[in-house]
Each structure stands twice: as structure tokens, then as C-alpha cells.
Write a protein that binds this ligand. Sequence first.
Ligand code: GLU
Length: 475
Amino acid sequence: MSKNQNKTGSYSFFNCIEKNFDKAARFISIEKGLLEQIKACNSVYRMHFPVKIGKEIKVIEAYRVQHSHHKLPCKGGIRYSMKVNQDEIMTLAALMTYKCAIVDVPFGGAKGGIKIDPQTISSENIEKITRRYTSELIKKNFIGPGIDVPAPDYGTGEREMSWIFDTFLSLRSGDVDALACVTGKPVSQGGVRGRKEATGLGVFYGIRELCHVKEDMYSVGLDVGLVGKKIIIQGLGNVGYHSASFFHESGAIIIALAEREGAIYNEKGLNVSKVFLHLKNNGSILNFPEAKNIENTEKALELECDILIPAALENVIHKNNANRIKAKIIGEAANGPITPEADEILDKKGVIIVPDIYLNAGGVTVSYFEWLKNLSHVRYGRMEKKFRENVNAEFLKVIETVCKKKISIEEKKMILRGPREIDLVRSGLEDTMINGFHKIRDLKKSLKIENMRTAAFVLSINKIIDSYEKLGIFP
Ligand code: GLU
């Protein structure tokens, strides 16, 4: 057993990412020490604080890790889960660094976590814990618009982000940029339209782009395009639910959905919004009338399908089940869902893996848009919407005169419309995901890199080196 392996013989989560990094380093000629610096976690803040829950005092364990300061602020979500530990948060912070670099979002990577199970704690107590955690971050200068900007992650959402903002504001009143201390806020509190569904939409754009590349589709024996592709999605949280909805709307067939309690399957396709309603009403996806139950949720990953989207937690595809995976494409909507051992097995089988550090970058991309909105103190589209509509109206007049044709009211509405915030956010995200995909693919081809993950790491590391060089830190 190597020194990096734990008792069970498998690698720690952080070592998994180091392994991926090292594979990419073979394609980069730069001094070893500099690569070591990029790999290392810069700051780890582990805290314990007391919170009174009912009549008892509970000691809460929490973390904030800043992986890289090559660009500031640091950025990354905060997760609430009983699985939170230092290794996990360090790894997720590192993934944030690589992710941001790939999609040209000018942040260093960070991640936070509180070891609680939000499903068993009242919202009053979650609020207490969130506010206390925020004040701990403020005390140590681990949060701020130019320092470190948290966001939602597994087990957190808009509600927690608004508590974080409110706590920050009350302790830093007068900071005109306070809104930019956290992203993923509700729109009514400085959030940006389109943030909630951004990660899921980014996953959709990334996979759609791959499905339009003839060469790649033929290499796994699939036709070009998304329509009719059979998809399995594991995890119906914010990311899984929104990606499932976008795939469903685009004509793909969602044949199975898996959650903690089990999975449901219908070869002809599931109606995602109906499943979600069923989940809301019953607290479980099981027993959905138009589907078969699969009690063992892990088995759902092994069903025959074209595309598998793990959208929950890390390490769900490992050396013991990788051989049984039948998907031709795996889209990593979650962070780190495939262990390095499984990666090798799947690579040998010729499966195309679209890596997390690219595919789930939609969330942080739109967080970046939110941060910019908060710092500029103006809603997207406010300045140009009316101007665009006026210009479009002039164009329309000219077209009608030159073509001697009346344009229908419906067509007019479409042409006249100036950009709203949601249009700008979504088009910015779409452009980012399309560009990112082709940059990775082109690099993979030109350097003859074995898979998309390694190519994505090469792209990312090169960009980080670039920014260190611009800072004059690296010779
Ligand atoms: N938690 C998300 C992620 O892992 C979003 C982070 C952010 O928006 O800062 O990418």
C-alpha cells in the first residue's frame, strides 16, 4: 500500500485529484516546484463553535479552505453534510481553482463545509449555525467581496446565502460592496436571474456540445444530436433536477432517476416535472405511477443507457462498479464522482468522460456574473435594453420598406425585444460552456492527450501558470 492510500486501500479524495493533476503535468514543461505550489492548498481554516440547540449545547465542526490565491477573491460553495471532513473540503477547493481557470472566471478556488445533516435540523437552528459560521469567517478575514466569496453547494441554497449576506452586512455596515460577499442569493436580495439553474444548464450545454461532434459520437457508436438519447441522472438536487429538465425539454429521454432512497425507471422516458411533483408530495421518488422502482439506487448507474449523469456526491463510480457501467458517455455534474481506479477502467472501455472541472462550471460562471452585478450596482440590461429596442425598431422599419413586406406581430415582438438580465446571463453561460468544450477538445487533439479530464487539467494548469507569470511570481 502506498503512503497515499488509506486503510481500505483506496486513495484519499485529495490524492485522487493530485493523481489527475500529475497525469496532466506530463504535458507541461515547467519547474517541478512551481507545479507543487499550484497543487498545494494555501489555507485551511478548521473551526469548532458552540450552538445552543434546544436545551443542549452542540459543538459544530466546520471548514473553509482557500486552495489558491493566484487570483482574488477566492470562490466556492459551502456544503452542509455529515460527510464533511477536511480532506473533502480541501479537494473540493482545489477543484474550484481548476474549474475557474478553465472557464476564465478570475477567482482562486475555495470551499466551505459544516458537518451537519440539514434534513434533521430545524430551519431556526440551521439559521443559527449559518450565522455563527459566517461571523467566525469574518473574525478570521475569510469572507469578503475581495477576499473569499461563498456560494451554495450540496445541502445549501438561496436561503443560507441570504443569511450569510445579512450577517456580513450587520457586522460590516457601510461596506458599499457588501452584496458581493456571497453569491447564489435570492434575486430580491441582489442575486442574479439564472443562478439557480446555472449548474444544471451548464451541464446541459456541455453535453449538447459533445453530442454535436460527429467524430466523438461515432467513436462510441452513437448518432449525432441529443434528441432520443437515453439518459440516467443520479441525484435530484438543484443540479440534477435542472439538468434533467433541460435534457427532457430538448427531446432526450430520461429513462431513470436515482435518489438516496432508490431509483425509478421507465424505458420510454420519465416526465421530469411530474416526478419532481411526486417527490415533493411524497418525500420520495419511489412509487412514481409511470415507472418501476429500483430499490438499490446504485444499480441504476449500471443500467443500459447512452449518457449517465452523476449529479450528487463524490466517488459513486469506483473500482467495484466501473466494469458494470454501460453508459457510453458520463457527464460529471457532481464534483469527483469517479475515482481514479474507475477512471482507468472506463477509459479502457472507451467511455467518454466529460470531467467535472469543466462540466459543472456553470454555477461558478453565473456566480461571477452575480458578483460583477453586485459590484457594479446595476442590473444587467438596464442600460441597453431600451436602446436596443429602439435600434431594432429602426431596423424593422428599413426591412419592411426594402422588402415591401409586412412583418407579423409575433415576429415583430421577437425582433424588437431588447435583452433582459436572464437573456444575457444565459447567453454568457452558453458561450462560456461552448468555448470551454472546444478549448479542451482542441488541446486533447493537438497534444494527443488520452482523455478529456487530462486535457482539461492541462488547459487549467497552463492558465494558472499564465496568471502567476503575469503577477511576476514565477520566473
Ligand atoms: N458550489 C458550486 C460549485 O461547486 C458553485 C460555486 C460558486 O458559485 O462559487 O461549483
